[in-house]
Design a binder for this molecule. Structure first.
Ligand code: SF4
Length: 443
Protein backbone atom coordinates (compact mmCIF):
# COMPACT_ATOMS: atom_id res chain seq x y z
CA UNK A 1 0.00 0.00 0.00
CA UNK A 2 1.27 3.41 -0.81
CA UNK A 3 0.62 6.61 0.99
CA UNK A 4 3.30 9.00 -0.05
CA UNK A 5 2.88 10.78 -3.32
CA UNK A 6 4.92 13.16 -5.29
CA UNK A 7 3.02 14.10 -8.34
CA UNK A 8 2.06 16.58 -10.98
CA UNK A 9 -1.49 17.85 -11.27
CA UNK A 10 -3.54 19.92 -13.69
CA UNK A 11 -7.13 21.14 -13.94
CA UNK A 12 -8.55 22.87 -17.01
CA UNK A 13 -11.71 24.83 -17.78
CA UNK A 14 -11.45 25.63 -21.50
CA UNK A 15 -12.38 24.39 -24.95
CA UNK A 16 -10.64 21.11 -25.65
CA UNK A 17 -9.88 20.71 -21.98
CA UNK A 18 -8.97 16.98 -21.95
CA UNK A 19 -6.32 17.50 -24.65
CA UNK A 20 -4.89 20.45 -22.74
CA UNK A 21 -4.71 18.25 -19.63
CA UNK A 22 -3.01 15.54 -21.68
CA UNK A 23 -0.39 17.94 -23.05
CA UNK A 24 0.11 19.42 -19.58
CA UNK A 25 0.78 16.00 -18.10
CA UNK A 26 3.46 15.36 -20.70
CA UNK A 27 5.12 18.59 -19.63
CA UNK A 28 4.80 17.56 -15.97
CA UNK A 29 6.31 14.16 -16.63
CA UNK A 30 9.37 14.96 -14.49
CA UNK A 31 7.07 14.92 -11.43
CA UNK A 32 6.01 11.32 -11.87
CA UNK A 33 6.55 8.53 -14.35
CA UNK A 34 4.70 5.58 -12.85
CA UNK A 35 1.17 6.34 -13.98
CA UNK A 36 -0.97 9.01 -15.60
CA UNK A 37 -4.69 9.72 -15.62
CA UNK A 38 -7.33 12.17 -16.77
CA UNK A 39 -10.92 12.65 -15.63
CA UNK A 40 -13.15 14.74 -17.88
CA UNK A 41 -16.77 15.79 -17.62
CA UNK A 42 -19.00 14.93 -20.55
CA UNK A 43 -22.82 15.31 -20.56
CA UNK A 44 -22.88 15.67 -16.80
CA UNK A 45 -20.85 12.53 -16.12
CA UNK A 46 -17.28 12.09 -14.99
CA UNK A 47 -15.18 9.75 -17.11
CA UNK A 48 -11.72 8.62 -15.99
CA UNK A 49 -8.92 7.19 -18.12
CA UNK A 50 -5.70 6.06 -16.53
CA UNK A 51 -2.78 3.77 -17.15
CA UNK A 52 0.69 2.81 -16.02
CA UNK A 53 3.90 4.29 -17.34
CA UNK A 54 4.74 7.53 -19.06
CA UNK A 55 1.85 9.74 -20.20
CA UNK A 56 2.19 8.63 -23.82
CA UNK A 57 2.15 4.97 -22.78
CA UNK A 58 -0.63 5.33 -20.22
CA UNK A 59 -3.16 7.40 -22.15
CA UNK A 60 -4.45 7.35 -25.72
CA UNK A 61 -5.21 10.93 -26.73
CA UNK A 62 -7.45 9.74 -29.58
CA UNK A 63 -9.96 8.62 -26.97
CA UNK A 64 -10.21 12.07 -25.40
CA UNK A 65 -13.37 13.94 -26.47
CA UNK A 66 -13.78 17.66 -26.73
CA UNK A 67 -15.08 18.75 -23.35
CA UNK A 68 -14.90 21.84 -21.23
CA UNK A 69 -13.67 20.41 -17.94
CA UNK A 70 -10.95 17.98 -16.94
CA UNK A 71 -8.29 17.23 -14.38
CA UNK A 72 -5.13 15.18 -14.76
CA UNK A 73 -2.40 13.56 -12.73
CA UNK A 74 1.04 12.01 -13.11
CA UNK A 75 2.40 10.10 -10.18
CA UNK A 76 5.25 8.10 -8.95
CA UNK A 77 4.53 5.40 -6.50
CA UNK A 78 6.71 5.11 -3.46
CA UNK A 79 7.00 1.38 -2.97
CA UNK A 80 5.66 -1.78 -4.53
CA UNK A 81 4.68 -2.27 -8.12
CA UNK A 82 2.92 0.95 -8.94
CA UNK A 83 -0.48 -0.59 -9.57
CA UNK A 84 -3.29 0.92 -11.58
CA UNK A 85 -5.63 0.96 -8.56
CA UNK A 86 -3.55 3.66 -7.03
CA UNK A 87 -3.26 5.77 -10.16
CA UNK A 88 -5.18 9.03 -10.05
CA UNK A 89 -7.51 10.85 -10.53
CA UNK A 90 -9.62 9.03 -7.97
CA UNK A 91 -13.32 9.38 -8.76
CA UNK A 92 -16.55 8.21 -7.16
CA UNK A 93 -18.62 9.32 -10.11
CA UNK A 94 -19.61 12.60 -8.48
CA UNK A 95 -16.24 13.95 -7.40
CA UNK A 96 -12.80 13.31 -8.88
CA UNK A 97 -9.57 14.39 -7.25
CA UNK A 98 -5.94 14.63 -8.30
CA UNK A 99 -3.58 15.28 -5.48
CA UNK A 100 0.08 16.15 -4.87
CA UNK A 101 1.42 15.67 -1.35
CA UNK A 102 0.91 13.49 1.68
CA UNK A 103 -1.79 13.82 4.31
CA UNK A 104 0.44 13.06 7.27
CA UNK A 105 -2.39 12.14 9.66
CA UNK A 106 -4.73 10.35 7.26
CA UNK A 107 -4.30 7.04 9.14
CA UNK A 108 -6.28 8.44 12.04
CA UNK A 109 -9.43 8.43 9.92
CA UNK A 110 -9.75 4.78 8.94
CA UNK A 111 -9.14 5.07 5.20
CA UNK A 112 -6.40 3.03 3.57
CA UNK A 113 -4.77 5.87 1.61
CA UNK A 114 -4.67 9.62 1.94
CA UNK A 115 -6.30 10.07 -1.46
CA UNK A 116 -9.27 8.04 -0.27
CA UNK A 117 -9.37 10.13 2.87
CA UNK A 118 -9.66 13.34 0.85
CA UNK A 119 -12.40 11.87 -1.35
CA UNK A 120 -14.31 10.70 1.73
CA UNK A 121 -14.17 14.11 3.42
CA UNK A 122 -15.26 15.90 0.24
CA UNK A 123 -18.07 13.38 -0.45
CA UNK A 124 -19.58 13.62 3.02
CA UNK A 125 -19.85 17.42 2.95
CA UNK A 126 -23.05 19.16 1.77
CA UNK A 127 -21.16 20.86 -1.05
CA UNK A 128 -17.64 20.92 -2.45
CA UNK A 129 -16.62 24.25 -0.94
CA UNK A 130 -17.66 23.06 2.50
CA UNK A 131 -15.79 19.81 1.82
CA UNK A 132 -12.55 21.71 1.25
CA UNK A 133 -13.12 23.69 4.47
CA UNK A 134 -13.62 20.44 6.42
CA UNK A 135 -10.52 18.96 4.83
CA UNK A 136 -8.46 21.91 6.01
CA UNK A 137 -9.77 21.45 9.55
CA UNK A 138 -8.97 17.74 9.66
CA UNK A 139 -5.88 17.26 7.52
CA UNK A 140 -2.24 17.82 8.31
CA UNK A 141 0.60 17.75 5.82
CA UNK A 142 1.02 18.74 2.20
CA UNK A 143 -1.82 18.77 -0.28
CA UNK A 144 -2.06 20.72 -3.48
CA UNK A 145 -5.11 19.35 -5.24
CA UNK A 146 -7.51 19.79 -8.11
CA UNK A 147 -11.11 18.61 -7.88
CA UNK A 148 -13.75 18.15 -10.58
CA UNK A 149 -17.43 17.52 -9.84
CA UNK A 150 -20.20 16.13 -12.03
CA UNK A 151 -21.98 19.45 -11.48
CA UNK A 152 -19.26 21.18 -13.46
CA UNK A 153 -17.21 22.67 -10.66
CA UNK A 154 -13.42 22.85 -10.89
CA UNK A 155 -11.46 23.55 -7.72
CA UNK A 156 -7.81 24.15 -7.09
CA UNK A 157 -6.53 24.21 -3.53
CA UNK A 158 -3.13 24.60 -1.89
CA UNK A 159 -2.65 23.56 1.73
CA UNK A 160 -2.28 26.37 4.31
CA UNK A 161 1.47 25.85 4.63
CA UNK A 162 1.88 25.85 0.87
CA UNK A 163 4.26 22.88 0.81
CA UNK A 164 3.71 22.14 -2.88
CA UNK A 165 3.41 24.54 -5.80
CA UNK A 166 0.16 25.34 -7.61
CA UNK A 167 -0.36 28.00 -10.26
CA UNK A 168 -3.44 29.61 -11.84
CA UNK A 169 -3.31 30.66 -15.46
CA UNK A 170 -5.35 31.54 -18.55
CA UNK A 171 -5.52 29.26 -21.55
CA UNK A 172 -7.76 28.98 -24.61
CA UNK A 173 -10.18 31.61 -23.27
CA UNK A 174 -10.47 29.63 -20.07
CA UNK A 175 -8.49 28.74 -17.00
CA UNK A 176 -5.78 26.28 -16.09
CA UNK A 177 -4.49 25.26 -12.67
CA UNK A 178 -1.19 23.37 -12.76
CA UNK A 179 1.69 22.31 -10.57
CA UNK A 180 4.21 24.54 -12.34
CA UNK A 181 3.95 27.78 -14.31
CA UNK A 182 6.48 26.64 -16.94
CA UNK A 183 3.87 24.18 -18.22
CA UNK A 184 1.28 26.90 -18.73
CA UNK A 185 3.75 29.11 -20.59
CA UNK A 186 4.93 26.25 -22.76
CA UNK A 187 1.36 25.52 -23.82
CA UNK A 188 0.89 29.12 -24.93
CA UNK A 189 -1.14 30.07 -21.86
CA UNK A 190 -0.47 32.87 -19.43
CA UNK A 191 0.29 32.21 -15.78
CA UNK A 192 -1.73 34.64 -13.68
CA UNK A 193 -0.34 33.92 -10.23
CA UNK A 194 0.55 31.25 -7.68
CA UNK A 195 -2.42 29.90 -5.77
CA UNK A 196 -1.86 31.22 -2.26
CA UNK A 197 -1.26 28.83 0.62
CA UNK A 198 -4.69 28.04 2.09
CA UNK A 199 -6.51 29.47 -0.95
CA UNK A 200 -9.34 27.78 -2.81
CA UNK A 201 -9.88 28.68 -6.47
CA UNK A 202 -13.45 27.82 -7.54
CA UNK A 203 -14.41 27.84 -11.22
CA UNK A 204 -17.93 27.26 -12.52
CA UNK A 205 -19.45 28.24 -15.88
CA UNK A 206 -16.38 30.32 -16.61
CA UNK A 207 -16.73 32.41 -13.45
CA UNK A 208 -13.85 32.30 -11.01
CA UNK A 209 -13.92 32.86 -7.25
CA UNK A 210 -11.21 32.79 -4.65
CA UNK A 211 -11.42 32.19 -0.92
CA UNK A 212 -8.54 32.00 1.54
CA UNK A 213 -9.83 29.32 3.87
CA UNK A 214 -6.97 29.24 6.31
CA UNK A 215 -3.61 30.88 6.82
CA UNK A 216 -0.65 29.31 8.54
CA UNK A 217 3.09 29.79 8.68
CA UNK A 218 4.23 28.97 5.16
CA UNK A 219 6.68 26.11 4.82
CA UNK A 220 7.47 25.52 1.18
CA UNK A 221 9.39 22.35 0.26
CA UNK A 222 13.02 23.31 -0.36
CA UNK A 223 13.45 20.15 -2.44
CA UNK A 224 11.20 21.59 -5.13
CA UNK A 225 13.91 24.19 -5.76
CA UNK A 226 16.80 21.75 -5.37
CA UNK A 227 15.54 18.86 -7.49
CA UNK A 228 11.91 18.38 -8.30
CA UNK A 229 10.60 21.39 -10.13
CA UNK A 230 11.59 22.29 -13.66
CA UNK A 231 14.41 24.85 -13.78
CA UNK A 232 12.29 27.12 -15.98
CA UNK A 233 9.57 27.31 -13.31
CA UNK A 234 9.09 30.24 -11.00
CA UNK A 235 7.54 29.31 -7.67
CA UNK A 236 6.08 31.97 -5.40
CA UNK A 237 8.15 34.55 -7.27
CA UNK A 238 11.46 32.68 -6.88
CA UNK A 239 13.16 31.28 -9.98
CA UNK A 240 14.12 27.63 -9.67
CA UNK A 241 17.01 28.14 -12.09
CA UNK A 242 18.46 31.10 -10.19
CA UNK A 243 18.17 29.18 -6.92
CA UNK A 244 20.15 26.30 -8.35
CA UNK A 245 22.84 28.64 -9.72
CA UNK A 246 23.14 30.20 -6.28
CA UNK A 247 23.32 26.79 -4.56
CA UNK A 248 26.33 26.06 -6.78
CA UNK A 249 27.96 29.42 -6.13
CA UNK A 250 27.74 29.03 -2.38
CA UNK A 251 28.96 25.45 -2.68
CA UNK A 252 32.07 26.72 -4.48
CA UNK A 253 32.61 29.55 -2.00
CA UNK A 254 32.33 27.49 1.16
CA UNK A 255 33.14 23.95 0.05
CA UNK A 256 35.78 24.45 -2.63
CA UNK A 257 38.21 21.81 -3.85
CA UNK A 258 41.35 21.63 -5.97
CA UNK A 259 40.11 20.06 -9.22
CA UNK A 260 40.73 20.26 -12.98
CA UNK A 261 37.18 19.75 -14.10
CA UNK A 262 33.65 19.99 -12.66
CA UNK A 263 31.08 17.50 -13.94
CA UNK A 264 27.34 17.78 -13.27
CA UNK A 265 25.13 14.76 -12.80
CA UNK A 266 22.49 15.62 -15.38
CA UNK A 267 19.81 16.99 -15.50
CA UNK A 268 18.78 18.74 -12.30
CA UNK A 269 22.28 19.50 -11.08
CA UNK A 270 23.43 21.26 -14.27
CA UNK A 271 22.50 24.77 -13.03
CA UNK A 272 24.17 23.97 -9.67
CA UNK A 273 27.34 22.98 -11.54
CA UNK A 274 27.16 26.16 -13.64
CA UNK A 275 27.09 28.22 -10.44
CA UNK A 276 29.89 26.13 -8.94
CA UNK A 277 32.04 26.48 -12.04
CA UNK A 278 31.50 30.25 -12.37
CA UNK A 279 32.50 30.87 -8.78
CA UNK A 280 35.37 28.37 -8.52
CA UNK A 281 36.70 29.01 -12.05
CA UNK A 282 36.98 25.23 -12.43
CA UNK A 283 35.80 24.52 -16.00
CA UNK A 284 32.55 22.62 -16.26
CA UNK A 285 32.44 19.78 -18.76
CA UNK A 286 29.61 17.57 -19.83
CA UNK A 287 31.44 14.37 -18.89
CA UNK A 288 28.53 12.33 -17.66
CA UNK A 289 25.96 11.65 -20.34
CA UNK A 290 22.43 10.68 -19.42
CA UNK A 291 20.98 8.37 -22.02
CA UNK A 292 17.64 9.46 -23.44
CA UNK A 293 15.68 6.48 -22.20
CA UNK A 294 16.74 7.01 -18.59
CA UNK A 295 14.02 7.64 -16.06
CA UNK A 296 14.91 9.46 -12.87
CA UNK A 297 16.19 6.69 -10.59
CA UNK A 298 15.16 8.41 -7.37
CA UNK A 299 11.51 8.22 -8.34
CA UNK A 300 11.50 4.57 -9.30
CA UNK A 301 9.66 2.67 -6.59
CA UNK A 302 11.84 -0.35 -5.86
CA UNK A 303 15.56 -0.90 -5.53
CA UNK A 304 15.52 -3.47 -8.33
CA UNK A 305 13.92 -1.03 -10.69
CA UNK A 306 16.33 1.69 -9.56
CA UNK A 307 19.36 -0.55 -10.18
CA UNK A 308 18.09 -1.57 -13.59
CA UNK A 309 17.63 2.07 -14.49
CA UNK A 310 21.06 3.02 -13.13
CA UNK A 311 22.89 0.52 -15.28
CA UNK A 312 21.68 2.04 -18.49
CA UNK A 313 21.49 5.59 -17.27
CA UNK A 314 24.94 7.13 -17.72
CA UNK A 315 27.78 7.11 -20.15
CA UNK A 316 31.19 8.71 -19.52
CA UNK A 317 33.23 10.88 -21.87
CA UNK A 318 36.62 9.34 -21.15
CA UNK A 319 38.67 12.27 -22.48
CA UNK A 320 36.96 14.61 -19.99
CA UNK A 321 38.01 12.63 -16.90
CA UNK A 322 41.17 10.73 -17.85
CA UNK A 323 44.19 11.83 -15.78
CA UNK A 324 42.14 14.62 -14.21
CA UNK A 325 41.17 15.64 -10.72
CA UNK A 326 37.40 15.55 -11.09
CA UNK A 327 34.74 17.17 -8.91
CA UNK A 328 31.27 15.70 -9.44
CA UNK A 329 28.40 18.06 -8.67
CA UNK A 330 25.01 16.66 -7.73
CA UNK A 331 21.85 18.10 -6.20
CA UNK A 332 21.50 15.56 -3.39
CA UNK A 333 22.55 12.19 -2.04
CA UNK A 334 19.75 10.04 -0.72
CA UNK A 335 20.82 6.40 -0.53
CA UNK A 336 24.25 6.89 -2.08
CA UNK A 337 23.85 4.13 -4.68
CA UNK A 338 23.76 6.37 -7.73
CA UNK A 339 26.80 8.34 -6.65
CA UNK A 340 28.72 5.21 -5.79
CA UNK A 341 28.27 3.91 -9.34
CA UNK A 342 29.13 7.27 -10.87
CA UNK A 343 32.37 7.56 -8.88
CA UNK A 344 33.32 4.04 -9.86
CA UNK A 345 32.66 4.74 -13.54
CA UNK A 346 34.73 7.92 -13.44
CA UNK A 347 37.64 6.10 -11.78
CA UNK A 348 37.33 3.26 -14.29
CA UNK A 349 37.79 5.87 -17.00
CA UNK A 350 41.14 7.00 -15.60
CA UNK A 351 40.42 9.92 -13.24
CA UNK A 352 43.24 10.72 -10.81
CA UNK A 353 40.96 11.93 -8.03
CA UNK A 354 37.18 12.07 -7.68
CA UNK A 355 35.64 14.58 -5.28
CA UNK A 356 31.91 15.07 -4.75
CA UNK A 357 30.14 18.32 -3.89
CA UNK A 358 26.41 18.35 -3.15
CA UNK A 359 24.16 21.37 -3.65
CA UNK A 360 21.95 20.57 -0.65
CA UNK A 361 22.42 19.59 2.98
CA UNK A 362 22.64 15.99 4.13
CA UNK A 363 19.28 14.20 3.85
CA UNK A 364 18.97 12.60 7.27
CA UNK A 365 15.27 12.28 7.97
CA UNK A 366 12.22 10.90 6.13
CA UNK A 367 9.69 13.23 4.56
CA UNK A 368 6.03 12.93 5.56
CA UNK A 369 4.94 15.79 3.33
CA UNK A 370 4.98 14.24 -0.09
CA UNK A 371 8.51 13.30 -1.13
CA UNK A 372 9.46 9.68 -1.21
CA UNK A 373 12.64 9.63 0.78
CA UNK A 374 13.20 6.27 2.32
CA UNK A 375 13.05 5.76 6.04
CA UNK A 376 16.01 6.85 8.15
CA UNK A 377 17.99 3.64 8.06
CA UNK A 378 18.23 3.72 4.27
CA UNK A 379 19.41 7.33 4.15
CA UNK A 380 23.17 7.29 3.87
CA UNK A 381 23.60 10.57 5.79
CA UNK A 382 21.35 9.62 8.69
CA UNK A 383 24.23 8.11 10.61
CA UNK A 384 27.36 8.59 8.50
CA UNK A 385 29.55 11.69 8.52
CA UNK A 386 31.27 13.13 5.45
CA UNK A 387 34.31 10.86 5.73
CA UNK A 388 32.22 7.73 6.05
CA UNK A 389 30.01 8.78 3.15
CA UNK A 390 33.10 9.45 1.00
CA UNK A 391 34.37 6.00 1.86
CA UNK A 392 31.05 4.36 0.99
CA UNK A 393 30.75 6.07 -2.38
CA UNK A 394 34.46 5.63 -3.09
CA UNK A 395 35.23 9.36 -3.39
CA UNK A 396 38.35 11.22 -2.21
CA UNK A 397 36.10 13.73 -0.44
CA UNK A 398 32.47 14.74 -0.18
CA UNK A 399 30.94 17.95 1.16
CA UNK A 400 27.38 19.25 1.44
CA UNK A 401 25.77 22.64 1.96
CA UNK A 402 24.53 23.51 5.42
CA UNK A 403 20.83 24.27 5.98
CA UNK A 404 21.67 27.96 6.44
CA UNK A 405 23.62 28.05 3.17
CA UNK A 406 20.73 26.39 1.36
CA UNK A 407 18.20 28.88 2.71
CA UNK A 408 20.47 31.76 1.72
CA UNK A 409 20.85 30.36 -1.80
CA UNK A 410 17.15 29.87 -2.42
CA UNK A 411 16.51 33.26 -0.92
CA UNK A 412 13.25 32.68 0.89
CA UNK A 413 13.07 32.21 4.65
CA UNK A 414 9.80 30.25 4.70
CA UNK A 415 11.21 26.89 3.59
CA UNK A 416 10.59 23.41 4.92
CA UNK A 417 13.90 21.67 5.64
CA UNK A 418 12.68 18.78 7.79
CA UNK A 419 14.50 16.11 5.79
CA UNK A 420 17.77 17.91 6.53
CA UNK A 421 17.12 19.26 10.03
CA UNK A 422 14.50 16.96 11.53
CA UNK A 423 12.32 19.98 12.34
CA UNK A 424 8.88 19.06 10.97
CA UNK A 425 6.69 22.11 10.34
CA UNK A 426 3.40 20.24 10.81
CA UNK A 427 0.14 21.47 12.32
CA UNK A 428 -0.16 18.76 14.95
CA UNK A 429 2.66 17.14 16.91
CA UNK A 430 3.64 13.52 16.40
CA UNK A 431 5.93 10.99 17.95
CA UNK A 432 8.25 10.66 14.96
CA UNK A 433 9.16 7.08 15.78
CA UNK A 434 5.47 6.20 15.73
CA UNK A 435 5.02 8.11 12.48
CA UNK A 436 7.95 6.31 10.90
CA UNK A 437 6.63 2.93 12.00
CA UNK A 438 3.17 3.71 10.59
CA UNK A 439 4.55 4.85 7.26
CA UNK A 440 6.89 1.89 7.23
CA UNK A 441 4.07 -0.51 7.93
CA UNK A 442 1.79 0.82 5.23
CA UNK A 443 4.49 1.39 2.64
S1 SF4 B 1 10.90 17.23 4.46
FE1 SF4 B 1 12.25 17.80 2.75
S2 SF4 B 1 11.30 16.87 0.96
FE2 SF4 B 1 9.74 16.87 2.59
S3 SF4 B 1 8.57 18.76 2.28
FE3 SF4 B 1 10.20 19.24 3.73
S4 SF4 B 1 11.92 19.98 2.44
FE4 SF4 B 1 10.47 18.92 1.10
Amino acid sequence: MKVKEHCGIVGVYADNSPMISYESLKLLQHRGQESAGITYRKDGSLVTMKGLGLVEEALDPRLLPNAKLSIGHVRYSTTGKGSLDEAQPLSNGKIAIAFNGTITNYFKFGTSTDTEFILKVLSEAPNIKEGIRRLVDLADGAYSLVVLTNEGELIGFRDPKGFRPLVLGKINNGYIIASEDSVIRQLGGKPLRDVKPGEMIYIKDGEIESEVISRDRVSFCSFEYIYFARPDSIIDGVSVYNSRIKLGEILAENHGVDADVAIPVPESSIPIAIGFSRKSKIPMEYGLIRTLVAKRSFIMPTQDKRNAVLEEKFGIVKSVVENKKVVVIDDSIVRGNTMRKIVRMIRDNGAKEVHVRIGSPKVKYPCYMGIDFPLSKELIASEKDEKEIAKYIGADSVEFLTVEEMIKAIGRPDLCHACFSGVYPLKFSYNLQVLESIFKKVS
